[in-house]
Design a protein around this ligand. Structure first.
Ligand code: ADP
Length: 257
């Protein structure tokens, strides 16, 4: 895997009390810089803009109105990128911000422009840091502009730029044969060769008391990677240095593929 996409969720970047996990961000910067140094091309898809924005504005809760959420995302994205820039600079690694909406991949011309930008950034040894453009994409049901979530965005980016590995860091050790929050006997699956309706049943239906929907979008991402003959590894992001173990081929998390 020469090109690798890494996706980090809000749970990796922001503590439950709303403060920013600088230790995790620093580890990410260190790991990704080291990967670049060893000749890999790495793209980081990062959530966390709203969480960081709330912290920056001294707010405890997400505002209800959509335009206000978009404003928090714009503020938080700026702050998040400036933290990344500072932390990557410690390892002499440059970054570039890429904000995307789903329609970009629908129109051939914008599609080509996006791919050219990724190529040019990677050719110059820059790490692209990607997020959905929340100023443009609004409604969760607006499937034309909205990716829906960064899990699917990361898989769409990976398959489009020809990355054959997507490393998905979450707040859980991997994919279990049942929702571990609801079922204490649920066991981690080390290897999932294909994603079909039976796999989705293990993710726990939405509407259940513990259902977050979080695992469903990760399975959709895995399905997309598998269709493109790629792989996805779902692992716990509490210590992003786990990426070194993944790249060394150690069995951590769940391998899809
Ligand atoms: P992130 O913020 O990292 O994107 P999410 O909270 O969206 O993470 O999704 C991860 C959560 O999905 C887990 O913490 C767990 O509560 C839930 N989940 C539901 N079904 C499963 C399953 N079969 N295996 C693992 N986790 C599951």
């Amino acid at each position: 895997a020469k090109r690798v996409v890494i996706k980090v969720g809000t749970s990796t970047l922001v503590y439950p009390d709303g403060s920013i996990n600088l230790r995790a961000i620093d580890q990410l910067a260190f790991v990704i810089s080291a990967m670049r140094h060893r000749g890999r091309e790495v793209v980081l898809v990062s959530s966390g803009a709203i969480g960081v924005g709330l912290n920056y504005m001294g707010l405890k809760q997400r505002p209800k109105a959509i335009p206000e959420q978009q404003a928090i995302a714009a503020i938080g994205q700026t702050e998040l990128i400036s933290i990344y820039k500072e932390r990557f600079a410690i390892y002499e690694q440059k970054i570039g911000q890429v904000l995307l909406t789903r329609d970009i991949f629908v129109y051939p011309k914008s599609h080509r422009n996006v791919l050219n930008t990724f190529d040019a950034l990677l050719a110059q040894n820059v790490v692209p840091i990607v997020n959905e453009n929340d100023t443009v994409a609004v409604d969760e049901l607006d499937h034309e502009t909205k990716f829906g979530d960064n899990d699917q965005l990361s898989a769409i980016v990976a398959t489009n730029i020809g990355a054959d590995l997507l490393i998905m860091l979450s707040d859980i050790d991997g994919f279990y044969n049942g929702n571990p929050n609801a079922d204490a006997k649920a066991q981690l699956l080390a290897h999932v060769e294909q994603v079909d309706h039976r796999t989705y049943e293990l993710a726990g239906g939405s509407g259940s008391r513990f259902g977050t929907g979080g695992m469903v979008t990760k399975l959709k991402a895995a399905e997309r990677m598998l269709k493109a003959d790629g792989q996805m590894i779902l692992a716990n992001g509490k210590d992003p240095a786990i990426i070194f173990q993944i790249l060394a081929g150690e069995p951590v998390g769940t391998l899809f593929g």
